[in-house]
Design a protein around this ligand. Structure first.
Ligand code: ZN
Ligand code: FE
Length: 244
């Protein structure tokens, strides 16, 4: 199977919008368009036509481009069923186990509630790719706005069980801040120190630190590595007030 082409589009202050193109079918989707303009520019540059928007959750920094992109391109909007009322642009509502596709590349919907009550992820098992929105970040996890530490712990366990090489596409560049907290949460963890050296160099050069991989997160992510929901809750609360 010919590989999907994935383009990272920076948006707002620290969002990443992911443009995904299948050269075989010529279909193009965009995951979590914070804004329309960078997506329309990237489509024009490459001569791609937008087929669909895939949203992971309702937050405006993930859906803000929906209406304009839909009006401009006639694309279909796929969104979590549990957040239908908050994503009025949605055309197709999906939940756990539903299959969505770009050409011959199939993704299964995983329900990962906690950051928002209906948050979903899109897992392309055959491509070893997962789009996680604001659930899992490089060395971090999403804030618990509409769910519990127990739910987020279950999400972390579930994502940790994906194959090592799975590429994790998250929706924000939070790695430097997350890593500073990770060093405090696990001061004995040499893998975090090594990773932070790379992250600090990349950020100093203005480079992105994502996508990450499940293997890297298993080694360095204090939320994915939390032993139980209580530990995740403690770490999440500590990170919420972490100034470093
Ligand atoms: Zn969010
Ligand atoms: Fe966000």
């Amino acid at each position: 199977m010919t590989a999907l082409q994935i383009v990272r589009l920076p948006a707002l202050s620290d969002n990443y919008v992911w443009l995904v193109h299948d050269p075989v079918s010529a279909e193009t989707i965009v995951v979590d368009p914070a804004q329309a303009a960078p997506v329309l520019d990237a489509l024009a540059t490459r001569g791609w036509a937008l087929t669909a928007i895939w949203n992971t959750h309702w937050h405006p920094d993930h859906t803000g481009g929906n209406a304009e992109l839909k009006a401009d391109t006639g694309c279909t909007v796929i969104a979590p069923a549990a957040e239908a009322a908050k994503i009025p642009t949605a055309d197709r509502l999906v939940g756990e186990g539903d299959v969505v596709a770009i050409g011959g590349h199939r993704a299964v919907v995983l329900e990962v509630p906690a950051h928002t009550a209906g948050h979903i992820a899109y897992h392309f098992a055959d491509d070893a790719i997962v789009f996680v929105g604001d659930t899992l970040f490089a060395m971090g996890c999403g804030r618990l706005f509409e769910g519990t530490a127990e739910q987020m712990f279950a999400n972390m366990q579930r994502l940790a069980a994906l194959p090592d090489a799975t590429l994790v596409y998250c929706a924000h560049e939070y790695t430097l801040s997350n890593g500073r907290y990770a060093l405090v949460a696990e001061p004995e963890n040499a893998a975090i120190r090594h990773r932070m050296a790379d992250v600090e160099r990349l950020r100093a050069e203005g480079e992105a630190t994502v996508p990450t991989t499940i293997a890297a997160e298993r080694a360095t992510n204090p939320f994915l590595r939390a032993a139980d929901a209580r530990m995740l809750a403690e770490r999440r609360a500590a990170k919420d007030s972490f100034a470093g």
